[in-house]
Structures are given as structure tokens and as C-alpha cells.
Design a binder for this molecule. Structure first.
Ligand code: HEM
Length: 355
């Protein structure tokens, strides 16, 4: 090593006195073999997609104008006039869809493998927060387009919030910045989308990963691993697992780019607050709520969805209670499978229905 390099190293370590050896030991923690498969390490996928969202989102913000008079026109400019604007917008949009799918899949993996059980109950609850924030990202982002369907989507959603017992009117006013969707609504949704939600997801993610790190991932032993000697049942987080995630990240960006080129994000007609469209539809990930609303009515749908969300939030404790009363019971699997089928059924129903 030249004396120049040694000097620079010394200069940096003097100013940033990190214990690199301790850091190496900490980041090299062995992870169980099953985490090398995508289904098992699915949590990394929404994290990678979130990075794509942040990068493309910041670039889009350079040109997006969050005012009712200019929002639509600014999106039109990004799509048609700004170099590569269509590509960034399409990446941002496709990546948002993928992120929502990845979060649901990760949640299903955790649920059906019972990885939320003691002592990981709290991390499940933080995960529920992450699911909520991810869905809110989708909702607020779609509303920013200020096209006819997205505008009326905000109207329906804020009407839904009004049906929340006690808090409803205040909540709806807080979101809309008044009694009806108007000038302040878009500014608020924009602040949520680029400020409040990114802050919330960063805090929740940091806590989530910290707990994963403190507990380690739930160990599962597969038949093929049982025969292996102890030292071969795990592999190092760094560089092996990091490399798997990097390869997945590159694969995802290639796939998203292909989708962006083949199916670029379009733009409907501009919002017209004076003309209600004949058929209002939210984005596909809210189809299930919309179909449920049509089936049971406004108040019943808000109350029942709230109750189901609360049950999902405290599920690890409900499950522990069931297992204490009926040890070895498979009830949780049946409940989980029924919930997935209901969500999928309502989503497909709404997708196929003309209105
Ligand atoms: C932005 C969303 C999310 C990200 C980036 C994320 C990230 C991760 C990562 C990287 C892991 C390590 C193991 C793995 O990859 O599966 C993990 C584990 C875990 N996640 Fe998430 N997660 C998210 C959402 C959720 C949701 C919605 C839930 C459930 C409601 C959840 C519950 C859990 C639990 C309980 C574990 C521990 C699993 C184990 O020990 O095997 N997460 N998460």
C-alpha cells in the first residue's frame, strides 16, 4: 500500500472513529439457508421497490406542480415534453403496484409460516403499520394526477372517512382541508405523499428491521437441511445475502423498465368537479373495499373493514389465545386462507363488474 493511501485511511478513521472489525462481525451475522429463496426473504422486495420509489419520486417532484390549476398540466408535461419523464413516471407507477403486491405476499409468508408468533408480535404490528402506509402512498399518489377518475376517487374516499364513528367528520375535514374536496385537498395529499408518509415509513422500517435483527428471522428446518452439518445450515449476511438482494434489485429494475416501455403510464381526462363520471373506480388494490362498500353500504363497510383491520393488528395475541385453548389447532391457517380468498374474490368481482 502506498504511503498516500495509508495516510488517507488514517485521516478518515481519525475523523470517523468507527470500529470496522466490530462492524464486520455485526453485519456478517449468519442467516438461515431458507432465506436464500425469494419466498422466504420477500421482505427485502418492498424495501428495494421503496428505493426505486424514492429515486423516481424525487425526480418527478422537480416538475410536478401541486395546485389544482396546474397539477394535471404538469403531469401531462412530464409524460409528453420532459425528456424521459414518461419513463420515470411509468417506473414510479409500476413500482408502486409491485410494492403493494410484495407487501401483501410478504405478509402472507409471515402469516402462513406463523413467523408473527411470540416473541415477534410487535413486529407484526409494525408490519401492519407498514401495510397501511404503503396503501396510503398508493392512494395519495394516484390522487395527485388530478384526472377525472382520481379526483372523484378522493371524493368517494373522503366521504368514506366521514362514516368513521366519532372522528369521521374531523378526519374528513383534516384530509380535505374543508367541507368539500377543493384547493387545500391537493396540497395536503401532496404533503402526505412526499413528507408525512415517507417519514412514517422510514421510522417504521427502521424499527421493523431493528427487531428482525434483534430476534433473527424465525428458524425453519427443512428435510434437506437436517442432514447437513451445523455450520452448513446458515450463510453469511454479508456478502452472500446482500448479493442476493442486489441481484433481485437489478432484476426488478429490468422488469419494471420492460413494463414501463411496453405499458407506459397513461393519463385520463382532467378533473371536472362539476361533472360526476358515470362509473367511479379506485386503483385495483382498493377494489375489494369498493365492492364491499357496494354490497353492504357506507357505514357497515367502514365499521366492518375497521373491525377486520383491528383484528389483523392484534392477530398474534388472538392466535396465541386460540392455541392455548386448542393446542395444535390449524384454525389460524383456515382463517388466513379464508381472508385471502375473500380479498381476492372481492377484487376479481369488482374488476370484472362493469360498474
Ligand atoms: C414496506 C413493507 C415491509 C418491508 C420492507 C418489510 C421488510 C422485512 C424484512 C427485510 C424482513 C426479514 C425477513 C424477510 O425478508 O421475510 C421482515 C420480516 C418480518 N416482517 Fe416485514 N416488511 C414489510 C411489511 C410487513 C408486513 C405488512 C408485515 C405483517 C403485517 C410484516 C411482518 C414481519 C414479521 C413478523 C417479520 C419476521 C419474520 C421472521 O422472523 O421470519 N412485515 N420484514
Amino acid at each position: 500500500m502506498s504511503s498516500g493511501t495509508a495516510g488517507r485511511k488514517g485521516w478518515l478513521s481519525e475523523r470517523v472513529p468507527l470500529d470496522l472489525e466490530a462492524l464486520k462481525v455485526y453485519s456478517n451475522e449468519p442467516v438461515p439457508n431458507h432465506l436464500a429463496r425469494w419466498w422466504w426473504c420477500l421482505g427485502g422486495t418492498p424495501a428495494l421497490l421503496f428505493v426505486v420509489q424514492v429515486v423516481t419520486g424525487i425526480l418527478l417532484t422537480f416538475y410536478y406542480v401541486p395546485s389544482p390549476a396546474s397539477a394535471y398540466e404538469s403531469v401531462r408535461r412530464i409524460t409528453h415534453d420532459i425528456p424521459y419523464g414518461w419513463y420515470l413516471r411509468s417506473l414510479h407507477r409500476w413500482s408502486s403496484h409491485f410494492m403493494i403486491v410484495a407487501v401483501w405476499l410478504h405478509m402472507m409468508r409471515v402469516f402462513f409460516t406463523g413467523a408473527y408468533r411470540r416473541p415477534r408480535e410487535l413486529n407484526w404490528m409494525i408490519g401492519m403499520g407498514l401495510l397501511g402506509v404503503t396503501l396510503l402512498f398508493g392512494f395519495t399518489g394516484y390522487s395527485l394526477l388530478y384526472e377525472q377518475i382520481s379526483y372523484w376517487g378522493i371524493t368517494v374516499a373522503t366521504n368514506l372517512t366521514e362514516a368513521v364513528p366519532w372522528l369521521g367528520t374531523h378526519l374528513a375535514r383534516l384530509l380535505r382541508g374543508g367541507d368539500a374536496v377543493g384547493d387545500h385537498t391537493l396540497t395536503r395529499f401532496f404533503i402526505f405523499h412526499i413528507g408525512v408518509l415517507p417519514t412514517a415509513i422510514t421510522i417504521l422500517l427502521a424499527l421493523h428491521i431493528l427487531l428482525v435483527r434483534l430476534h433473527g428471522v424465525t428458524p425453519f428446518e427443512f428435510a434437506r437441511d437436517r442432514a447437513r452439518p451445523q455450520g452448513h445450515k446458515t450463510y453469511p449476511f454479508y456478502p452472500d445475502h446482500v448479493l442476493i438482494e442486489v441481484i433481485m434489485g437489478i432484476g426488478l429494475v429490468i422488469l419494471l423498465s420492460c413494463l414501463a416501455i411496453l405499458f407506459p403510464a397513461g393519463l385520463g381526462e382532467p378533473a371536472n368537479p362539476l361533472r360526476t363520471p358515470a362509473h367511479i373506480k379506485p386503483e385495483w388494490y382498493f377494489f375489494w373495499t369498493f365492492r364491499w362498500l357496494k354490497l353492504v353500504g357506507l357505514t357497515a363497510s367502514v365499521l366492518s373493514i375497521g373491525a377486520v383491520a383491528l383484528l389483523a393488528f392484534v392477530w398474534p395475541f388472538v392466535d396465541a389465545w386460540i392455541r392455548r385453548r386448542r393446542p395444535g389447532s390449524e384454525l389460524s391457517v383456515w382463517i388466513g386462507a379464508s381472508a385471502v380468498l375473500c380479498l381476492l374474490g372481492l377484487t376479481v368481482w369488482e374488476a370484472l363488474a362493469a360498474h
